[in-house]
Design a protein around this ligand. Structure first.
Ligand SMILES: [Zn+2]
Length: 364
């Protein structure tokens, strides 16, 4: 067992962490083909783990044991996969039909630059130019089935059905913000790596870097079964819908989370009602440690917690997310300070987990 007694650097998001996030966001890991991110994770965690396993579906399961009696087994989950596209058919040498993997609004696709396959071959999702479209065509969305990824000649032979494609966006840090593709959920992956480096001794920490979340929380289900934790925390990236209303003068009060307001603690989403003892743990920890936080407003969306809490005979679960605008598009925007506060809150909450945490009343 490795010991962490000489640890406790203050948790800061600096150059090193942003460099890691850049590598993670620029990698391609569309659901079911998470290899590039898995390699980065394995490299990052190897010096901070007591045990590292890759399971049959490709989840990376990392354990860091604590010390002392009555310690709980705490699972952290962050999905490695991202939304994207899969090549399904070749037309001619240079044009490829594709399907969407995960939730993408089809209106986001035409005209976007993409990268295809493990060699990141550049292509573009072609569409009829405005010069040639009718007014009624411009008023309708274009079916994915009628779009093609165009790679140009001489490149197509390197591409085969099953290859994944992602948006070609490269991460940029701009002032206090980060713009990148796949912030959902490389922010979560990078967060788990930071937490493993600082793993507290009062718990057994089990970090699951999961596959296939974007197509139905599939990796998390088997990861939770294998790790058999006492409680679980899904760490993800949640949409910040905090823009002003552009079709009305009234204030936007329907936001689910907002930038600059800290980590989003979930109470309920489409897939999970958070365990109330864990909601209290996070809210009380944030207040004590003076870390800004927000309660994510109930509603749609879901995280790996949706599968984890229904595994085995039930696992008390909660989600904590970094807010980010423009989820599931070619480029999202998040704040560095929200990420930093998410790492700080999770670290402080893990340090506050006691053996008796789940023995208490569910309400106070
Ligand atoms: Zn996600």
């Amino acid at each position: 067992m490795t010991s962490n007694t000489a640890k406790k650097q203050p948790l800061k998001i600096g150059k090193e962490q942003l460099g890691l996030l850049e590598k993670l966001c620029n990698a391609t890991a569309v659901s079911g083909d998470e290899q590039e991110v898995r390699q980065i994770v394995l490299e990052e965690v190897k010096n901070f783990a007591d045990d590292v396993r890759i399971d049959a579906l490709g989840n990376v399961l990392v354990t860091k044991n604590g010390l002392g009696k009555d310690r709980l087994r705490v699972m952290l989950a962050a999905h490695m996969d991202e939304i994207g596209m899969m090549i399904v058919k070749k037309h001619d040498d240079d044009l490829f039909q594709f399907e969407i993997v995960g939730g993408i609004d089809e209106r986001q696709l035409p005209g976007k630059a993409v990268l295809v396959g493990k060699d990141h071959l550049p292509g573009v999702i072609g569409a009829k130019p405005i010069h040639k479209t009718t007014k009624s065509e411009r008023n309708n969305k274009i079916d994915t089935a009628s779009l093609r990824i165009d790679l140009g000649p001489e490149i197509g032979e390197k591409v085969k059905p099953g290859d994944r494609a992602t948006f070609a966006t490269r991460l940029k840090v701009t002032g206090p913000s980060i713009i990148a593709k796949a912030l959902d959920n490389r922010l979560g992956v990078a967060t788990l790596i930071e937490l493993l480096k600082q793993a507290p001794d009062n718990i057994d920490l089990m970090a699951a870097f999961t596959v296939q979340e974007e197509v139905g929380l599939r990796g998390a289900r088997v990861a939770a079964y294998a790790l058999n934790p006492d409680l679980a925390i899904a760490v993800d990236c949640t949409p910040a819908y905090d823009l002003p209303h552009w079709d009305a003068e009234d204030e936007n009060t329907q936001y689910n989370t907002r930038l600059d307001c800290g980590p989003a603690i979930y109470v309920m989403d489409r897939a999970t009602i958070a365990d109330q003892r864990l909601v209290h743990l996070f809210v009380n920890t944030a207040k004590e440690a003076n870390i800004p936080y927000q309660l994510r407003q109930p509603g749609g969306g879901g995280t790996d917690a949706g599968a984890i809490h229904r595994t085995r005979s039930g696992i008390p679960s909660i989600s904590v997310s970094v807010p980010s605008r423009y989820a599931h598009t070619a480029a999202g925007l998040a704040r560095i300070v929200d990420w930093e506060n998410t790492v700080r809150l999770l670290d402080a909450a893990l340090n506050n987990v006691t053996g008796g945490l789940l023995a208490g009343e569910r309400r106070d």
